[in-house]
Ligand binder design. Sequence first.
Ligand code: ADP
Ligand code: ADP
Ligand code: MG
Length: 649
Amino acid sequence: MFRKILVANRGEIACRVMETARLMGVGTVAVYSDADRGAKHVAMADQAVHIGGPAPADSYLRMEVIIAAARATGAEAIHPGYGFLSENPEFVDMVQAAGLVFIGPSAAAIRAMGLKDAAKKLMEKAGVPVVPGYHGDNQDPEHLAGMAAEIGYPVLIKAVAGGGGKGMRRVDAAKGFAEALQSARSEAVKAFGNDAVLIEKYVQKPRHIEVQVFGDGQNAVHLFERDCSLQRRHQKVIEEAPAPGMTPEMRAAMGDAAVKAARAIGYAGAGTVEFIVDASVGLKPDRFWFMEMNTRLQVEHPVTEMITGVDLVDWQLRIAAGQALPMDQTGLEINGHAFEARLYAEDVPKGFLPATGTLDHLSFPAGVRVDSGVRQGDTISPWYDPMIAKLVVHAASRDVALLQLERALAETEVAGSVTNLGFLGALTRHKGFVAGEVDTDLIQRDLASLTVEPEPDHKIRAMAVLVAMELVERADWQTGFSLWQPLCQTIILTYEDAEFTADVIHMGGGYHRIMLGETLVEARHHKGGLTLNGDRAPGYIRQRDKISIFADHGFHFRVIDVLDRAGGQSGDGNVIAAPMPGLVKSIHVAPGDKVAAGDRLAVLEAMKMEHALTAQRDGVVAEVLANAGSQVEAGAALIRLEDETGDAA
Ligand code: ADP
Ligand code: ADP
Ligand code: MG
């Protein structure tokens, strides 16, 4: 076994690989870009080497620099993770030329599977069923259109060099073909520098079922299937193993085909053979076809680990070190059911836009496997994939595992960035998914209902109000008053940029009445904690003016800073108004005075604090409308400036 390996990746997969290396007693070297100086994978490694700027091309894709780092640190082998250099045969050649071991398949195996057209030809020869279609060399648009017509619409145009769903277009009728071809090609050139395409029959009621394989160059086994049909734009969202509705015949047929594929290229290491399945009449052994082989560890590998008990990274290291497969096919069996959900920093209402931010709070429930490359306080930068974590659950049966996933998502707390947590939660409750009736169009078909944003109810809002007033940890408002008479305060919060006002009446003895318009919420402190209308209060976190309440996958509020508002009130900037009810302590200007933006004009005492009311622009005081010592209502005009033009009203 190696004494030390270098992990040429970042984020959760780098951490995942290092965890197993540590368990095996193998030393680890991390590499990192400028953006990842303080990253978790750097902290986890025994040693770390800086390799350049934040853009992948300036760091994680710099082959010479990474190989030099391995040599300088005495690492004997390089694990590429997934993405980046993991399927780059040129890198494999360079690693070997430097006298190091690449933890993965041979360059020849990667080349054989690198282009989808060549891989399909190879698989056809090996007797593996491939999706009917055209994968020849003639790239003339007329010819391709003819082939599409022959195959029969709908068809899929795929970039032969494609990956991650790029360069792929579904075409439903002949008249859309030319345009789709054009756009698939231009996307493919941009992403892969290769505009060649193939045409495939678009499979009906498609399910994506893939088989995990492992080879040692001599033998190959499979570790059963994963169902990755829950996809959005051809990107996996939730994966599971085994596939729901799988029959022993179909599993045997798919396993055989996958092992055949691996044997055909003398495969060594971990790989995944992806199949597309026509599930229009259930799972039938003659209705699955090879799509592509991913010659690396896959993002969703943990579900296979959960049902087989095999540590796939452990096997990768052993095989790269020259050992034989640790188990033969008869030793492998399926135990229970597992799901993985990919938690991302993304803005679901804005079309799943990748988001960035500092994770002010990050917490996961116990009893769930969390593969993550970030910790609380870490930043999701714009440079890389915005994945926060993979949540993985395992139970004896599918229904229980899915309930566990639902609960794990509900108890996951993230503040500091928007996430797809609510969307994942909605998926775990989707009737078709619960019933195991999955296909790759499920998400798109029901997107509207899966992305409904829940509104915070009055109890959630009341909780945010109590957090804002610091009345959660502390039972009562600290006042010099005796509490025989209730004390009332008003506070303004925003949710999704909409303001709402709450009046809080302190009844004393840890009892508060929160009025949200006409709705009353009663909050009581007990020995057992805080309750809202009798229900246990949800968890929360406050970071300056940001408040997150952890219910329904999280609601995020802001406390309106009354000081900011005092200056920034009323649209025209002429009127300085009381931001809340209070006592005018002092007035500092008189009509005719010249003032500058930011000058203190008056002081209001409210909520046991003094608030300076400032001018938001330069100007001249036209009128003073209140006296020191007077009690005023929220919104009451206190001072008016002359119009900007200079002519007083
Ligand atoms: P598929 O390639 O079939 O989508 P996966 O679900 O395993 O299979 O996706 C892996 C792909 O996702 C990689 O090939 C890579 O392009 C991309 N990817 C996701 N996260 C990362 C990451 N942290 N670093 C690099 N690539 C990533
Ligand atoms: P990539 O390299 O981008 O992962 P794949 O060939 O693996 O490309 O296809 C990605 C996804 O597109 C699949 O998981 C599946 O959802 C869908 N898909 C691919 N081929 C077909 C097909 N022939 N019919 C229907 N859906 C398909
Ligand atoms: Mg794929």
